[in-house]
Design a protein around this ligand. Structure first.
Ligand SMILES: C[S@@+](CC[C@H](N)C(=O)[O-])C[C@H]1O[C@@H](n2cnc3c(N)ncnc32)[C@H](O)[C@@H]1O
Length: 190
């Protein structure tokens, strides 16, 4: 299926599902289309080959990341819920991008503590209250010259203030807050 058709289908599904679903665990909570476009530009501009995504849901954002990578690139995407990981796997196969995507069904904190792989770009879109606890592990997995992008930095700014303030104390980091989608906090590591 052409990627543009699948992305459009998922945008409609996400809006309809999240408007009618009252159980938060079953909401898809996808990024906005302009955030997807922004992530694709970031992957290409930074020449990223290895991307880590925390928070797969049904894989809408993963498709933007994976489609921007060179054929040799990989996205490792972490999701704790089995039903969402299964929906994502189906979408990756429909887009024929499954070879560029490694799915990990795990808690993000456990994954970060147990994984030593380095990444050129990290996209953070999961349990915001844990980001500060993840911060040191995230930074140690980010390559020199790499970029961390964090979603919901304006829509839920109060929840991310400690995390953003902590990162601003690091001399090796340069950051900015972009009014794209729900607000993207973008951090470059020297
Ligand atoms: C905002 S949604 C991700 C949306 C996705 N990035 C997209 O745009 O299509 C957040 C996802 O993170 C998952 N999540 C929340 N806490 C998590 C954790 N501690 N470990 C792994 N996944 C988690 C949720 O189950 C949910 O599917």
């Amino acid at each position: 299926m052409p990627l543009s058709d699948l992305l459009h289908e998922l945008e409609i599904l996400g809006e309809q599902n999240d408007a009618s679903e009252t159980n938060r665990a079953k909401k898809l909570l996808n990024i906005t289309r302009d955030t997807g476009e922004f992530l694709a530009v970031m992957v290409k501009a930074s020449k990223a080959e290895l991307v880590l995504e925390i928070g797969t849901s049904n894989g809408y954002s993963t498709l933007w990341l994976a489609s921007a990578l060179p054929a040799s690139g990989k996205v490792v995407t972490v999701e704790k819920l089995a039903d969402k990981a299964q929906m994502a796997a189906e979408n990756f196969a429909r887009a024929e991008l499954q070879d560029r995507i490694v799915q990990v069904q795990a808690d993000a904190g456990e994954f970060l503590r147990g994984n030593q792989q380095m990444f050129d770009l990290i996209f953070l879109d999961a349990d915001r209250s844990s980001y500060l606890a993840y911060a040191d592990d995230l930074l140690s997995r980010l390559s020199s010259g790499g970029v961390l992008v964090c979603d919901n930095a304006m829509s839920h700014r109060h929840e991310l203030e400690d995390f953003m303030a902590y990162l601003s104390t690091k001399d090796t980091l340069t950051s900015c807050l972009l009014p794209v989608g729900k607000g993207e906090f973008v951090v470059h590591k020297a």
